[in-house]
Design a protein around this ligand. Structure first.
Ligand SMILES: Cc1cc2nc3c(=O)[nH]c(=O)nc-3n(C[C@H](O)[C@H](O)[C@H](O)COP(=O)(O)OP(=O)(O)OC[C@H]3O[C@@H](n4cnc5c(N)ncnc54)[C@H](O)[C@@H]3O)c2cc1C
Length: 931
């Protein structure tokens, strides 16, 4: 037997290196519990009841039906949860196929920890549902215990920022009724006497967290599903997926093949864990995940550990899970081992633990619970798990094949997320969309050019794994696989000090440093695997300075960008925007149906609109420009008979929009084309009271209000180059967007900067756009406008053509909501104190929690912190303007409550004068704010 303390010393004497590009099998080991091959079976596992002991014959455990409404592939946490929820929602003609026995993949050896608090409202709701299923629903339905243990959870903070993060979670928890307490070191010692609290800053204790049992959970799920008519078949590997192409050229799932027969089905759900990529390939679907080793060790008995809560020591990157009278110790290391050759023969199997990699967790664990130094190791549990580019699962209908759904890539959280995600997946399959806002998990959050790029998948998954326990700061950016998509301005803006943000693979301007270029370098794997770290890496240094819950150190630079826009003129590079044309015989019909706003305007008009789902939820917001009739001159103009539309869409969500439109066109059999010209054109937006003076020098068209009113567009010459100019604003100012063919981008930009020099023009980035747009009250999709918010709730009723008789997707739901009254709605808040908020802060009305902020930022013109959040009436009634006006509102940030003022209209330029070019005189003499 090895003691944990001895293990640390033995491995410390041995230094090995591993390239991230070589597989674990090539590694030598200086410490191993056994000299066995790469994977072995049943290696001293801590579970007495893995499902394998019920082993039967080698064939399928049940005959295969000829057809099914849906076939779920994989009998782990996700497959079992999905089939259970499908059956529970009434889809009983559903089959689960597991190639071995239930739980044989990753699930059987999971640690099973469930923490309720995460820095995301949707995740908190998903986790709550899993907890409800395993702690209550399944037992009620089946009479069987799932093995759920409610021993509580304890998050450790070793510094102020970590505790600040926990306090943020605590405030959010209050909105959801999740009990949590911030404890001092002394209080923590009282709760957990074996803990070393000398280096503690504080802890967050969540009494109703707990531990799930994988075998118990999956057995009860499959029994409950079977009781409702679902069929669970084990020992039946899927060997192929048949896809057919319909008359419109759309690929659809047709059948699932196995060695024991074929099941005809329109829906396949890929819940195959680390094998999901292989299953995807069978249907021509890209599944961007990597398999890695992930491990914990189980200790011998520890006197006094019984009934202790599970512990997450984020700063040491370790967790301590209570296991009877012992602990399981696991964590996230900066140099995880990739499993490159995912084997089909791997069932109820484990890898040898690589102690060189794992040892760092032992040191952290001994520091936290010193009794571990003299405690023996009973077993090691090192299994495969799938990881993704942003440490979030892959869910939803695959863009390549209709009816092929993903439920994989769970990043070592597939037990705790399983219930919530299983339910959303079931809803997605049955109703065509999930109930919650699942965009953060939707496969369509990634651009299709990335999802089969192995460098991007591997580097980003590594970074996300290594940073899993890092504090989630509001302005973080990845360092891995940057510069994947760059626009024509990238080089010139880099030279001017642009600090780039990564969105959808694109590099977009975040803000501008006054201190020279800040290039993003190739990924250095944080120095793991003996790869040299990037030296004097300025971008990384500036990024590190952003790691704060206070105002960042360059707040004043963003202020200058904002105030220059409000008083003078700025140029924003927004080239990463999605730029699509909708053309063809049914384009007009399709536009009527797709867009909530009335786009039946004269050619030359531009309309801000939403696209809705059946429930009236906002799938997107975008601008739609009706194009003039004429011959094709791409990329600026497609051929048009007057029924062609140009769609400009925020670049971070372009893939989602693309797929939404395509799906609707397919579902409605509209005869039209959607074409993507995002990479063929750049786009700069020139905004501010002086924008007209600047642009009039280079645009060969009259920019007066009469000749070029707000919400119109024209193709015209700019410095001798053809561009499409649009009079629009994302920041609430007079301004124009220039959509420019790629080759003309730089000459036009240079002409704008030259003309703007005498007016003090500067570049500005998206941090300024965030601030300016919240000040003006413009919504950001997926922040203050999501698929679970209707435009009426979001204060965007003006984007809905309800006064017309034109039918559109989501109309019936909006009409019903309008008749019933709004039971939740967005409200703008300002606070007088200068305290930064970032979203997730609790909103109270008369002392009762009624919601939380979705987005918050500083408004530099009004000089106040601003926040937007949805509020409910705690009595379940309508949220009327009187309800808002009569309430006394407060916002809770990290446990501290601040008085807040609720606004029914934007506190900045509520009359919309500025976008019309109407300015009070004072601004015209503005000089740049000093920095
Ligand atoms: C060491 C470790 C600790 C963990 N701790 C936690 C934790 O504390 N909390 C938490 O929430 N999560 C934890 N996880 C993660 C969690 O266990 C996983 O995310 C979850 O079990 C994944 O479930 P799954 O259903 O996606 O995949 P799997 O359990 O791998 O299921 C996939 C199934 O698909 C089957 N399959 C594959 N190919 C085919 C085919 N061709 N035909 C039919 N079937 C096929 C496989 O046999 C397998 O049973 C941990 C993981 C590890 C490795």
């Amino acid at each position: 037997m090895a003691f944990l303390g001895i293990a640390v010393r033995r491995v410390a004497n041995c230094h090995l290196s591993l390239s991230p590009l070589c597989s674990s099998a090539t590694r030598s080991r200086c410490y191993s519990t056994s000299p066995s091959p790469e994977h072995t079976t049943e290696k001293s596992v801590p579970y007495k009841n893995v499902l394998k002991v019920e082993e039967g014959g080698s064939g399928p455990t049940k005959p295969l039906p000829k057809s099914a409404g849906a076939v779920v592939i994989g009998g782990g946490s996700l497959g079992c949860q999905t089939v259970y929820h499908l059956a529970k929602m009434g889809m009983t003609n559903v089959v689960l196929l597991e190639r071995d026995r239930l739980t044989a993949g990753t699930t059987w050896h999971t640690a099973g920890l469930l923490w309720q608090l995460r820095p995301s409202d949707v995740e908190v709701e998903l986790l709550a549902h899993t907890r409800q299923v395993v702690s209550h629903d399944l037992e009620q339905e089946t009479g069987l215990e799932t093995g759920w243990i409610q021993n509580g959870g304890l998050f450790i903070a070793s510094n102020k920022q970590r505790l600040d993060e926990y306090k943020r979670l605590m405030s959010l928890g209050k909105v959801y009724g999740i009990e949590s307490h911030v404890l001092s070191p002394a209080e923590t010692k009282d709760l957990y006497p074996l803990m070393n609290v000398d280096d503690l800053y504080g802890t967050l204790y969540v009494p109703k967290d707990g531990t799930m049992d994988p075998a118990g959970t999956c057995t009860t799920l499959s029994r409950a599903a079977a009781a409702r008519g679902a069929t669970v078949i084990e020992n039946c590997p899927v060997t192929g997926i048949q896809v057919s192409t319909d008359d419109l050229g759309v690929k659809r799932v047709k059948a699932v093949e196995t060695a024991h027969g074929i099941i005809q089905t329109p829906v396949v759900v890929n819940c195959a864990g680390v094998w999901a990529t292989k299953l995807g390939k069978m249907a021509g679907v890209k599944v961007p995940l990597v398999a890695m080793h992930h491990a914990y060790v189980v200790t011998e008995r520890i006197e006094g550990i019984q009934n202790m809560p599970n512990v997450r020591d984020h700063d040491a990157s370790v967790y301590l899970r209570l296991q009877g009278d012992a602990l399981s110790v696991g964590g996230y290391e900066p140099n995880p081992v990739f499993w490159d050759k995912v084997s089909d023969a791997f069932a109820f199997s484990l890898f040898d633990l690589d102690w060189d990699v794992f040892i760092q967790h032992i040191e952290g664990a001994i520091n936290r619970v010193p009794a571990l130094e003299q405690t023996g190791i009973k077993s090691t549990v090192c299994g495969p798990e799938s990881f993704t580019a942003d440490h979030k699962p892959l869910m939803g209908e695959a863009p390549e094949v209709r009816g092929f759904f993903l439920g994989c890539g769970f990043n070592s959280a597939g037990m705790m997320l399983g219930g919530g995600c299983g339910r959303e997946l079931a809803h997605w399959i049955i109703h065509g969309r999930p109930e919650k806002d699942m965009y953060g998990y939707d496969i369509r959050r990634f651009h299709q050019s990335l999802t089969d790029n192995s460098r991007w998948i591997r580097e980003r998954s590594h970074e996300s794994y290594a940073k899993n326990y890092s504090v989630v700061f509001p302005f973080d950016e990845p360092l891995a696989s940057r510069n994947m998509r760059t626009d024509p301005f990238h080089k010139v803006l880099t030279e001017q000090g642009c600090f780039f943000q990564e969105r959808h693979g694109w590099e977009r301007p975040g803000w501008f440093s006054q201190d020279g270029p800040v290039p993003v370098l190739d990924y250095d794997w944080y120095g793991a695997y003996d790869i040299s770290r990037n030296q004097n890496y300025k971008y990384n240094k500036l990024l590190g300075e952003e790691y704060t819950f206070d105002y960042p150190p360059h707040h004043h630079l963003i202020k200058n960008e904002c105030l220059t826009c409000r008083h003078g003129v700025t140029v924003f590079n927004m080239s990463y925007f999605g730029k699509f044309y909708l053309t063809g015989p049914d384009a007009k019909k399709a536009a009527d149906w797709l867009f909530s706003a009335d786009v039946r305007k004269v050619p030359g008009s531009t309309v801000y609109t939403c696209m809705l789902n059946q429930r009236g939820g906002s799938e997107a917001d975008l601008t739609v420009s009706r194009l003039e009739a004429g011959a094709s001159n791409l990329p600026l103009t497609p051929e048009s008979n007057g029924d062609a539309y140009y769609l400009a869409i925020g670049g971070g969500v372009a893939e989602h929009n693309w797929n939404h439109i395509r799906t609707v066109l397919q579902d409605e059999s509209f005869n039209c084309q959607l074409t993507d010209h995002s990479e063929d054109m750049g786009m700069i937006s020139i905004q501010g009271p002086k924008s007209r003076e600047v642009l009039q020098e280079i645009l060969e068209t009259d920019l007066s209000n009469g000749a070029f009113p707000f919400s119109t567009h024209k193709v015209c010459s700019a410095a001798g180059h053809k561009v499409r100019a649009m009079r629009l604003s994302f920041v609430g100012e007079l301004g124009w967007e220039l959509h420019i063919p790629k080759d003309s981008c730089l000459p036009v930009y240079r002409a704008v900067m030259a003309a703007g020099a005498k007016h003090g023009i500067i570049n500005a980035g998206y941090r300024a756009i965030d601030s300016l747009s919240i000040e003006k009250g413009y919504r950001h999709w997926h922040a203050d406008l999501r698929p679970d918010d209707t435009p009426l709730e979001a204060g965007l009723a003006f984007t809905c053509k309800l006064k017309s008789t034109v039918p559109f997707l989501g109309r019936a739901s909006l009409e019903k909501q309008k008749a019933d009254g709004l039971h939740r709605r967005i409200v703008c808040f300002t606070i007088e104190e200068k305290v930064p908020m970032f979203g997730l802060e609790a909103i109270y009305r008369n002392g009762i929690p009624v919601g939380h902020l979705r987005r918050s930022d500083y408004g530099f013109y009004i000089d106040k912190q601003i926040g937007y959040g949805y509020i409910r009436n705690p009595d379940g009634g309508v949220v009327s303007t009187d309800f808002i006006k009569s309430g006394k509102f407060t916002l809770e940030r990290m446990g501290v409550v601040y008085e807040a003022k609720a606004h029914l209209k934007s506190p900045f330029d509520p009359s919309n004068n500025r976008v019309k070019g109407i300015y009070p005189n004072e601004q015209h003499n503005f000089c740049q704010a000093s920095v």
